[in-house]
Design a protein around this ligand. Structure first.
Ligand code: NDP
Ligand code: MG
Length: 398
């Protein structure tokens, strides 16, 4: 039996992972499941999958979780330390599917115990790419991509040499506002931004798709995961979301990964790697699809892409600053403090501010320094948000 843990089990990726695992219950021994606010789902999954322990990230939900698990034989725990302890429990395969920078430390902990880490949490690589890759290397732990584009690149590279790669093209749906007139974007509401044309995902990544901050994170993720240079990475809008990525080789060949927009493919690939097993995903009828279309992303519509280029060129801890500022801007947009188009301008301001902070971006990439840069970026973002909202920093912190 393979021992598996799922960090962020109550989310969209977590639930898709459970869907696959529960189809072959005899093959998996579920060690730890973690969630945050959704206690009912966490407890139900832990009981159904007979996990050893269920952990909520929220200290103040311990009693609720304990009550929900009473008499079931599943242990309950709560808080940040308990989350790390869960990730440290011996397992063969760990899914990293917490949303945001909060997923970094548990993911590193899982790598430190030598588990294979299926990485959906792209923020880990954006904030601390070199640290994550190095932690995997020194612990001889396998890191596997789960983001659909990166899984696609990974699959296109099987049997190939990275030196033969000329370019990597990751596709983008263009998000909810790809066809909106530009001058309407500043009026976009959170409800409109949380509707994705092709994928069903968590709320935060769906808004990040509309703003292309998601693709911005993925450009950085591509650089960190595959070790290619920024000028080798391209992105193209592909409204059908059927080609997830393409790898271009030095002989001019492009290898594309084509499949339906269903995360169970990338999750299943990471679960069964290096084998390919049957998966419950739809098979494409190409004749019925008829045509696949592509177009260049407009820089005015998607300023996040240029910010990602700036971050990659800057290096150091710029990714941690970028992500921290992005997370706060997203919170502020969802809370109604700033407009959709303000998110990119807040992040741009914070990156500029960080340049002026002696040593912040050039500090060594340790977990402590990454956390510090993240916290400083959030503080600076709150000030930029308050300025735009015409409110106090305390009130926008909520
Ligand atoms: P969701 O918002 O659906 O789920 C997030 C998970 O993280 C939930 O289990 C949530 O718990 C938990 N969580 C939230 N905040 C914290 C915290 N502070 N500490 C610990 N756990 C927390 O996200 P998704 O499943 O959509 O995304 C997860 C990750 O995968 C993200 O990094 C995303 O970018 C990436 N990803 C997602 C894709 C998708 O299709 N959804 C595709 C590619 C990548 P609870 O719900 O109980 O509060
Ligand atoms: Mg993706």
């Amino acid at each position: 039996m393979r021992r598996v843990s799922i960090l962020g089990v109550t989310g969209s990726i977590g639930q898709n992972t459970i869907d696959l695992i529960s189809r072959a219950p005899d093959e998996y021994d579920v060690v730890a499941l973690t969630g945050a606010g959704n206690i009912d789902q966490l407890a139900a999954d832990a009981v159904r999958l007979r996990a050893d322990v269920a952990v909520t990230a929220h200290d103040d939900r311990y009693e609720d979780l304990q009550a929900a698990l009473k008499g079931t034989g599943v242990a309950a725990a709560a808080g940040t330390e308990a989350l790390i302890e869960a990730a440290a429990r011996p397992a063969d395969w760990v899914m990293s599917a917490i949303v945001g920078a909060a997923g970094l430390t548990p993911g590193l902990t899982a790598l430190e115990q030598g588990a294979t880490l299926a990485l959906a949490n792209k923020e880990s690589l954006v904030c601390a790419g070199a640290l994550v890759m190095e932690t995997a290397r020194v612990n001889d732990a396998q890191l596997l991509p789960v983001d659909s584009e990166h899984s696609a690149v990974f699959q296109a590279l099987v049997g190939e040499e990275i030196a033969a790669v000329e370019r990597v093209i990751i596709t983008a749906s263009g998000g909810a506002f790809r066809d909106w007139p530009l001058d309407r974007l500043c009026h976009a509401t959170p409800a409109e931004a949380t509707t994705h044309p092709n994928w069903t995902m968590g709320q935060r990544i769906t808004v990040d798709s509309a703003s292309m901050f998601n693709k911005a994170l993925e450009l950085i993720e591509t650089k960190e995961f595959f070790g290619v240079s920024p000028d080798q990475i391209e992105t193209v809008i592909h409204p059908e979301s059927l080609i997830h990525a393409l790898v271009g080789f030095r002989d001019g060949a492009l290898m594309a990964h084509v499949g339906p927009p269903d995360m169970r493919h990338a999750i299943g690939y990471a679960l069964h790697w290096p084998e390919r097993r049957e998966l419950p995903v739809a098979r494409l009828d190409l004749a019925q699809i008829g045509a696949l279309t592509f177009r260049a992303p407009e820089p005015e519509r998607y300023p996040a892409l240029a910010l990602a280029r700036q971050v990659m060129a800057r290096g150091g801890l710029a990714g941690a600053v970028f992500n921290g500022a992005k997370e706060r801007s997203l919170d502020a947009f969802l809370a109604g403090h700033i407009r959709f188009t303000d998110m990119a301008s807040v992040v741009a301001d914070v990156l500029d501010w960080a340049e002026g902070q002696a040593g912040l971006l050039d500090a060594a990439m340790t977990l402590e320094n990454v956390r510090f840069a993240d916290a400083e970026a959030r503080r600076a973002a709150d000030m930029a948000i308050a300025k735009r909202a015409g409110a106090t920093v305390e009130s926008v912190r909520g």
